[in-house]
Design a protein around this ligand. Structure first.
Ligand SMILES: Cc1ncc(COP(=O)(O)O)c(C=O)c1O
Length: 380
């Protein structure tokens, strides 16, 4: 029986050039995604905007694919410029009262920090919970919350350690304390299965350029249907309203869907490309993808330990992801990552660790090559 990696090898010409273990930074795109983007451009080249209806069909397809990936309704899906854009929309739209606070953790990627710190002008405090060996514990989050906690914002998967928080339990905590839950999903979505029909996340966002295998600058923002009316949208534009085509009838009735946050003209090429990437993920199967990614990271961890590396990613049941971080005794992570990259193993250095982040189309042969290359850098 062929593996997922075998089945999709032709979609990823990057495999001919590199062992690509850097999906947690910027991912390669599959062939069909490049084709989808080229098709939009070719249409515009030949016909200008005369085929707008065809473009629109692609937008509808992409929105449906994202809804399928997340197990949500299409009315809960908006396209966003990037993860930060989604986080800013969440931060600015929550109905704050002066003296409220938001709880996050002290190792978040800055995309999920500055939009909240910027709320200081509105009298909102940002509380940081410390991490414990790369983990963020629910007990620590709960202890930082009080009756003025209006929101909790966290990465699904931490970019420096690969720790995956239990979204079901986090969601239950937020419901119990009546706080909005905002999730930066960029380090998980596309690699790990996610079913938002199982628990209440209020906002979730991710750009396309990592595990979703899409180009930079076009992503998804999910907003839970039930909270739309509680929000105070901060980015209202001409596409936010119920009847955007009734140009001169200025009627500020917001469309009762998450796409009210799309403001104005969308990134048409980016949306078509993102849609194509998500269609590939759906076709391969999110569950099968997760299994392949975790299987390969297990294989890598075994190999790293055999080489005497210190694996720093939490690897317990339910807490691991596509990110594996490690240290080589006596070697700096920056130098080691630079050496690996120069030798054709694309990876990153983050917070004193080397970070490997393989996707489902990578296979054990890629892992063996990476480990073999790594071995050449280790001092006896
Ligand atoms: C956890 C996390 N959030 C957000 C981003 C990037 O945000 P944006 O898509 O706004 O550039 C990264 C990129 O490294 C990240 O690791």
């Amino acid at each position: 029986m062929s593996t997922l990696a075998d089945r999709y090898a032709d979609e990823f010409p990057v495999k001919e050039n590199l062992v690509y273990f850097n999906h947690a930074a910027v991912a390669p795109i599959p062939r069909r995604t490049a084709q989808a983007a080229q098709e939009v451009l070719a249409r515009q080249l030949a016909h200008g905007g005369a085929e707008y209806e065809v473009w629109e069909k692609g937008v509808r397809r992409a929105r449906q694919s994202l809804a399928d990936l997340l197990h949500t309704g299409t009315d809960e899906i908006a396209f966003a410029k990037n993860t930060t854009h989604g986080l800013i929309i969440a931060a600015e739209s929550i109905p704050w009262r002066e003296g409220d606070n938001v709880v996050t953790c002290a190792i978040e990627f800055p995309a999920n920090v500055y939009p909240w710190l910027a709320l200081e002008r509105r009298g909102v405090e940002t509380r940081f919970v410390g991490a414990r060996q790369g983990r963020v514990t629910l007990d620590d989050i709960a202890a930082a919350m009080d009756r003025r906690t209006r929101a909790v914002t966290l990465s699904w998967v931490q970019f420096t350690s690969g720790f995956r928080v239990d979204l079901g339990k986090l969601s239950a905590l937020c419901r119990e304390r009546d706080a909005f839950l905002v999730v930066d999903a960029i380090q998980g979505l596309g690699a790990l299965e996610l079913d938002l029909s199982r628990y209440a996340v209020d906002f979730l966002c991710a750009d396309g350029h990592k595990w979703l295998l899409a180009p930079e600058g076009c992503g998804v923002l999910y907003v839970r249907r039930q909270i739309l009316d509680d929000l105070v949208p901060a980015n209202v534009g001409w596409l936010s309203v119920q009847r955007p085509d009734d140009y001169l009838n200025y009627d500020l009735t917001l469309v009762p869907r998450a796409r009210r946050f799309e403001e104005g003209t969308r990134n048409m090429v980016g949306i078509h490309a993102l849609g194509a990437s998500v269609s590939l993920l759906l076709e391969a199967g999110p569950r099968e993808i997760e299994r392949a990614v975790l299987g390969l990271t297990d294989y890598l961890v075994e190999g790293l330990l055999r080489l005497g590396m210190e694996v720093t990613s939490p690897r317990g049941e339910g807490e691991c992801s596509g990110i594996v971080t490690f240290r080589a005794p006596g070697l700096s992570a920056d130098e080691l990552a630079a050496g690996l990259n120069a030798a054709g193993v694309a990876c990153a250095s983050r917070a004193g660790n080397v970070r490997f982040s393989p996707h489902f189309y990578n296979d054990q042969a890629d892992a063996d090559r990476a480990l073999e290359t790594l071995r050449t850098f280790i001092r006896p």
